[in-house]
Design a protein around this ligand. Structure first.
Ligand code: C2E
Ligand code: CA
Ligand code: CA
Length: 468
């Protein structure tokens, strides 16, 4: 009330708050939507990986007090890709939705299910210790998925492969449990699908590992999860850098930085090496051209090239494009091919090697001495450099045979007007002896291991005077 003179007046303030209410409502909706986007798989309405894994972590955290157990099921549809490719994504999406609904209905009340992505699903069954009971639940899931599906005018039958890992029996960490269930799932696939497999520790060691590595490699190549290291090549006469070899490293999402020994042969076997070599080529050429542009003196960049890469019809066009794009001069580039690869198919490689050579790119034979070169081919191929294999350098100067062999390669190089570089020089003895034998170019731990780009940059900055 207020008083106007002696009159008491009722004074009311009204404000239209519908706008504010609307605003609040919108905010709540937006928040919900953000929550949904972050935690729910929009196609199936199931929890997504993020949400699911946070749930798993939650159980693990709680477990400090009350001893829980759970089984983690990794489920992957069999031949889903075929359905998707032959009948289209719309049908594929419907299959995924149907599977999601069936999974929701077939699991017990305290179990939960999520979609990991693609045709991969995760199911968690808590507090079931009994193997028989877990098997029963998995059988039920497989049976439910197997049922006929009618999608648009198609009648489809689909099955699934399941892998299962158990907490705390197999591992204590969520990510490991997931990886183990995934591994076991691959074994189900190997058995022909439509079955389940329990994880056992020997699987991590076995051939299934290779299947998983192949899949990871494929993914990582798409995502570019690789790094290039650079190993200096030195001139013994003045201890200066003459160039560097690009050596690839795989930044594996869970296993860390892997050396090429762990994946190059798999990459070759599966043909993935072609893309990988292109990746390294692009990456290293960009890096080295930057160093040139900064006034540094990186010398020649040596790239390892697989036979499949060299044979690929797009090799020369892609390389030419890269040279132009990076302002990379052809004489800054060297291509290394192993002796074994070259000698397997010398007639075929001669055309491409000649083209490279005419462009001004030099060619080196890698691991020389291990691949039984025929002298007549050596003369025909446009070879500029022989890289003496580390296994011979390892044994000089104490082993007479090794000394003779290294000597022979050095004089062979001289006679054929080829450069010779010794690989894997690890100590002063070897270095001094190579000088005596007349080999002045080396690469090896005695000077430096392969360095990251930052490491190489410091190395270049420390090389004060220019290259001879
Ligand atoms: P490589 O071409 O013979 O490369 C030399 C290997 O010997 C490198 O191993 C290098 O780090 C190592 N090394 C160099 N000096 C020494 C030394 O003094 N002592 C010892 N113990 N080792 C030394 P890395 O980087 O593990 O590469 C292994 C192989 O993987 C390479 O052998 C090459 O065949 C292949 N590779 C690496 N990167 C690529 C690539 O980008 N493409 C292709 N196709 N193959 C690659
Ligand atoms: Ca090499
Ligand atoms: Ca080599």
């Amino acid at each position: 009330y207020i008083f106007l003179g002696n009159r008491k007046i009722l004074y009311v303030v009204c404000q239209d708050i519908t706008g504010r209410k609307k605003m609040q409502h919108m905010l709540v909706e937006q928040q919900n939507e953000l929550y949904v986007q972050a935690n729910i798989d929009t196609l199936t309405g199931l929890a997504n990986r993020t949400f699911f894994m946070s749930k798993v972590e939650e159980i693990l955290l709680k477990d400090n007090k009350q001893l829980n157990t759970f089984s983690l099921l990794f489920l992957d549809l069999d031949n889903f890709k075929q359905i998707n490719d032959s009948l289209g994504h719309q049908v594929g999406d419907m299959v995924l939705k149907t599977v999601a609904n069936r999974l929701k209905k077939s699991i017990t009340e305290n179990s939960s299910v999520a979609r990991l992505g693609g045709d991969e699903f995760l199911i968690i069954i808590p507090n079931v210790d009994n193997e028989k009971e877990i098997i029963n639940q998995m059988k039920k899931i497989l049976t439910v998925i197997e049922q006929k599906m009618s999608i648009y005018h198609y009648t489809l039958y689909i099955s699934a492969s399941i892998g299962v890992s158990r907490y705390p029996y197999d591992n204590l960490a969520a990510e490991n449990l997931l990886a183990y269930a995934d591994t076991a799932m691959y074994l189900s696939k190997e058995k022909g699908g439509n079955t389940y497999t329990f994880y056992t520790p020997d699987m991590t060691e076995s051939a299934y590992n290779e299947l998983i590595m192949e899949r990871d490699l494929r993914k990582s190549i798409q995502l570019g999860e690789f790094e290039v290291y650079y190993q200096p090549q030195m001139n013994l006469l003045n201890e200066k850098l003459i160039g560097m070899e690009a050596l690839v490293r795989w930044r594996h999402p869970t296993l860390g930085l892997l050396s090429p020994d762990m994946f190059i042969s798999l990459a070759e076997k599966t043909g993935l090496i072609v893309e990988l070599d292109f990746f390294v080529m692009d990456y290293a050429m960009k890096q080295v051209s930057t160093w040139y542009a900064q006034g540094l003196n990186p010398g020649k960049l040596a790239l390892n090239m697989s036979m499949k890469g060299l044979e690929y019809s797009e090799f020369i066009p892609r390389l030419s494009k890269m040279l132009a794009m990076c302002n990379f001069e052809a004489q800054w580039l060297e291509i290394e091919m192993t002796e074994t690869m070259l000698m397997q198919n010398p007639d075929y490689s001669i055309v491409t090697l000649n083209t490279l050579h005419e462009m001004g790119i030099t060619i080196a034979i890698d691991d020389f001495g291990t691949g039984y070169s025929s002298l007549s081919y050596l003369k025909q191929l446009p070879i500029d450099k022989l890289k003496i294999d580390k296994s011979f350098i390892d044994d000089i100067p104490q082993d007479e045979e090794a000394v003779t062999l290294v000597n022979t390669i050095i004089s062979l190089g001289k006679n054929l007007h080829m450069d010779v570089l010794a690989e894997g020089v690890e100590n002063k003895n070897q270095r001094d002896y190579l000088l005596v034998l007349g080999c002045s170019k080396v690469q090896g731990y005695f000077y430096s291991k392969a360095l990251s780009a930052e490491g190489m940059q410091s190395f270049l900055q420390s090389q004060k005077t220019s290259i001879i």
